[in-house]
Design a protein around this ligand. Structure first.
Ligand code: RB5
Length: 148
């Protein structure tokens, strides 16, 4: 798959650590920045990464900040994004199975590299269940976007 990745300064190091791991799983990575630990604003990196996912240019997106909270909130403002902040591989598996999440957020100040790799693997390797009840709920989320 084509994976878009982005981080702020708080997530920069984990982004750099995770990129070769994603490639080792057989995916291609496009890096939307940031490219150093200089202070930046996470919405500026979440938005282009998220737009690349909803446009279909990229298959999935991964965003990282200090907590994962700010960058996930920002990504979820882009219509069509379902970005899940995950702190363990079970959450990553379930958000793929139940929510068909197209973006993953992680907090570099919350989790370490080994845990992040487990989360990323689960996120990238789990298919949506296609269960009717889950599809109905996702459709209701899409309706909420339209109602805004
Ligand atoms: C940046 O200092 C920090 O606020 C950011 O990385 C993130 O944790 C916000 O949610």
């Amino acid at each position: 798959m084509k994976i878009a990745i982005a981080a702020d300064h708080g997530g920069y190091k984990l982004k750099e650590e995770i990129k070769p791991y994603i490639e080792s799983l057989g995916h291609t990575v496009t890096d939307f920045g940031t490219y150093s630990e200089d202070s930046v604003d996470y919405p500026d990196y979440a938005a282009p990464c998220a737009r690349a996912v909803v446009s279909g240019e990229m298959d999935r997106g991964i965003v990282i900040c200090g907590t994962g909270i700010g960058i996930s909130i920002a990504a979820n403002k882009i219509k069509g994004v379902r970005c899940a902040l995950c702190t363990d591989p079970v959450m990553a598996r379930l958000t793929r199975e139940h929510n068909d999440a197209n973006m993953l957020a992680m907090g570099a100040r919350i989790i370490g590299g080994e845990l992040a790799r487990g989360i990323v693997k689960a996120f990238l390797e789990t298919d949506f269940s296609n269960g009717k009840r889950h599809m109905d709920r996702i459709n209701k989320i899409t309706e909420l976007e339209r109602a805004k």
